[in-house]
Write a protein that binds this ligand. Structure first.
Ligand SMILES: Nc1ccn([C@@H]2O[C@H](COP(=O)(O)OP(=O)(O)OP(=O)(O)O)[C@@H](O)[C@H]2O)c(=O)n1
Ligand SMILES: O=P(O)(O)OC[C@@H](O)[C@@H](O)[C@@H](O)CO
Length: 420
């Protein structure tokens, strides 16, 4: 078992706030789990939570040579999205990933390149259950020179399920603390049938009374570790359901938590295309309009904001003073409006901040630099020459996954109406 990067600290700081609404109860539980807030101050003990990600499969059903957890989405391996989703949950203290020995180096490179924090690597097994068991062994305190400590609650989540949000993690962990085990479920899409030996229908299950077992799942560590230690070779070899092991070997009936449609597992090639579309849609729904002067923020920025709000979920206008915060909130699309400055000063400032923030490591960042040109005062040739400068910027910043575009607004001064 190796911590990676060597001497790595705990998972990255909490990432951006949760998308969507958070009930007061979820927020309260989150603050308790992260060891903050009233709950913690009241002496309630925050359970130590760790996660095990089985990532040792070969992805046969994907039908490509690369194991699906390493298949690229927007030029980044699928597993990196899952790691990002888990490491931004501040109350998950350790993440253990089980990969094959031959993929260990590739996994270390992914962790290094995308700056994932607090990841420990273990060798996977020949089946998913054996991989999970190896991850649990790494967390059990009976491991020599182990930086990991045994958690109270352990999350088990497939490395190929990238769309997992803090709220469902919170729900399964909170339920596992109370019931001993918990797992996300989803309504069945197809009806489950049982074939007879001669390949005909023996019987079908009433779809409405059954559910699909998804991930994440969570367990009191001692429960699931005991279950795996008692597990038969047959179950280790052919089983697919951790909740079943808790029931069979520890008589623990897992609490079932309704999950969101996005919890699905990437299994077939179509799932990669679906995952890429979802990621593109999510990162394209936020935009930040950066103005180069406050007074213009009132006019141009807010006119632009009103128009953009008809198309996008999150539109923010700033004159740059809270740009750092916006970058921390992981906005990936910027419109930089240069009204006052003639040489893309605001755009240059933004590009510098983006490069320093390493934001574009995870996703491509798009910057549209808008330049207003009063053609009565500036000869067109000079402005076009000026605009060509932006092409040089664009070539430079593309190396850091920032896509820069220039837009020239060529107007007569008289048309800009200043109101108020
Ligand atoms: N020996 C194995 C087999 C699977 N897994 C992991 O368990 C998760 C879910 O399993 P599955 O979707 O079946 O992955 P594969 O076994 O890779 O897929 P396939 O069955 O198509 O080969 C995946 O993250 C996979 O990497 C694992 O850690 N060790
Ligand atoms: O069976 P597979 O190895 O494809 O994937 C594992 C799934 O069965 C598992 O992730 C959920 O069904 C919940 O247990």
């Amino acid at each position: 078992m190796e911590s990676w990067p060597p001497g790595g600290s705990g998972p990255a700081e909490a990432g951006p706030r949760l998308r969507g609404l958070r009930g007061a109860d979820l927020a309260a539980s989150a603050s308790l789990l992260s060891g903050a807030g009233a709950g913690a101050e009241a002496g309630c003990s925050a359970p130590a939570v760790a996660a095990v990600l089985p990532a040792g499969g070969s992805g046969e059903r994907m039908g490509v040579p690369t194991p699906k957890q390493f298949c690229p989405i927007l030029e980044r391996p699928l597993i990196s999205y899952t790691l990002q989703a888990l490491e931004r949950v501040s109350w998950i203290k350790d993440i253990v990933v089980a990969v094959t020995g031959e993929n260990m180096e590739a996994m270390k490179c992914i962790i290094q390149r995308y700056q994932h924090k607090g990841i420990s690597l273990v060798e996977s097994g020949v089946t998913r259950h054996r991989s999970i068991f190896n991850g649990l062994k790494a967390l059990a305190e009976d491991q020599p020179n182990c930086r990991l400590s045994k958690p109270e609650v352990v999350i088990i989540h497939d490395a190929v399920r990238p769309f997992v949000e803090e709220d469902v993690l919170l729900k399964v962990v909170t339920a596992a603390k109370e019931h001993g085990a918990a797992g996300a479920i989803r309504p069945l899409v197809s009806t489950v049938i049982s074939p007879s030996v001669d390949g005909c229908l023996d019987h079908s299950l009433e779809r409405a009374r059954h559910r699909a077992s998804e991930m994440p799942q969570a367990f009191l560590f001692d429960v699931i570790y005991e279950a795996y230690q008692q597990c038969s070779d047959y179950d280790l070899e052919f089983g697919t359901e951790c909740l079943h092991l808790a029931l069979k070997y520890c008589h623990i009936k897992a609490k079932l938590i309704e999950g969101s449609p996005d919890l699905w597992k990437v299994t077939y090639k179509r799932d990669l295309y679906a995952a890429e579309s979802i990621i593109k849609e999510r990162i394209s729904q936020q935009i930040c309009v950066v103005m180069d002067a406050k007074e213009d923020e009132e006019h141009v920025g807010h006119r632009l904001e009103e128009m953009l709000k008809n198309e996008l979920n999150h539109v923010k206008v700033t004159s740059g003073r809270d740009l750092q915060q916006i970058i921390l909130e992981q906005c990936y699309n910027f419109v930089c409006v240069n009204v006052m400055t003639s040489d893309f000063e605001e755009t240059q400032k933004l590009l510098n901040m983006l490069e320093e923030s390493n934001l574009s490591i995870l996703y491509p960042v798009v910057v549209i630099s808008v330049q207003f040109l009063d053609y009565e005062s500036v000869p067109f040739g000079q402005k076009m020459e000026n605009l060509m400068q932006i092409r040089e910027f664009a070539k430079e910043v593309k190396k850091t996954n920032i896509l820069l575009y220039g837009l020239l607004v060529y107007y007569p001064q008289s048309t800009i109406c200043r109101v108020g």
